[in-house]
Design a protein around this ligand. Sequence first.
Ligand code: SF4
Length: 491
Amino acid sequence: MPTPKIGLSKSRITLFDQCPKRLWLTAHHPDLAEVDDGTRAAFADGHRVGEFACSLYPDGIMISAEAGLGKAVEETAALLSGGWDKPIFEATFAHEGVLVRVDILLPSGAGWHVAEVKNTTGVKDYHLGDLATQVWVMRGAGVPIATTAIRHLDRTFTLTREGDYTGLFTDTLLSAEIEPIIATRADIVASARSVLQGAEPDREMGPHCDAPFTCSFKSYCGRRLPPAPDWPVTILPDAKGKHLARQWLAQGVADLTLVPASAMPNAKLKRIHAATISGEAWHNRDAIRAEVADWAFPRTFLDFEAIQFAIPRWVGTRPFSQIPFQFSAHIEAVDGSIVHREFLSIDGKDPRRACAEALATLPGTGAVVAWSAGFERGCLTGLAALFPDLAPALISLADRLVDPLPVVRRHYYHRDMMGSWSLKNVLPTLDKTGYADLEEVKSGTDAQAGYLEAIDPSTSPERAAALRDSLLRYCKRDTEAMMIVLDALTR
Ligand code: SF4
């Protein structure tokens, strides 16, 4: 029976570059893929940025794939041979059975400028292979190419006027850099084709399963691996812990409880090892008390939620600016009484001014407690730079920040934390509720998705109200969690 001919494309060659088995599974068993929400969202973001880049050329033409890719190739060829001299989006070419759709093609002298659009602020290594495959196909199809570039977001761009995106994108020219990669394409294509026509390739799982992209076949490939031990060596933190884990894994030891205590190179790893073996938490209460003793009252436990947009949405923002849209603050007085304050904007307008004004009403004295406080410091100083009239209050909050994370990291470890001192890992070891009772919004990623849905004009008022409740409950839990953790560790 003849082998069915399976087409190759730029993205399939990228899959092959990552792992031949991934290409094979994508072509023969796409049903086995498990795509997580993060990957889906990243894909949608990339799509949005690509469409936006095209929209900046009102005189361009889009090659549709609705009537099939063969028709798209014909339509592109007809435009080029007819002397079309304006931008073309998704121009489609085929060579040696490999099909590529070029994000943006711009007339440039006697040839074309090829722009591959990426929603990043720079060029990544894996972008070069994408570009090289396109150029290889286009040359094979006889298209004159003047220059080739990755078109990415310019991190220095600031939206200064609504709707004016001039300068949002910048091209990094890579015409020379990709030549050696273009020279490998013919062999790569032949190898990829041979993989596709053969049986499922054997490939051990390894670091390539997460780089440059998390593979969607990890569950499938991992199905025959022995079940992970309860306390894997991979939980060991920091560079030393990761190095040690690799060494023991290479010797076939995946269970931390089978590693001798004498192998632990420093006090921190020794404590983690001992707590894991014994089940007894490492807890130096006196040291924690001593370190937080001078955190003055009233103590303001503060937590932000923020969002980033690849394409700046509001005047004064840049690609991927951190935009705080929510905070929770629990204020603990010296007598133990607690007041809760919060802010959340879901009206779809720039939330920064209102957020800064609400922050400016927080106590002007006492410690400001934030877990991994660098993020809160960045939000506060960013807002202070934007609103000079509120800067004294915001800078005062930033100057009074204290961070429980390094204190807890030095003096507390419970084996259920699995090598992580994130608030979400620490809290359940001290309080049985943790975050388990929250619905819908349970993480920072959920909060961003909830915020985006809530500000979407197509979201119903009832749904927006439900999202608002979930967002408020989640952020409030983060500041409650800090208080519970600090109390439990010092009481
Ligand atoms: S999980 Fe790893 S080994 Fe399996 S297909 Fe994906 S990249 Fe290849």
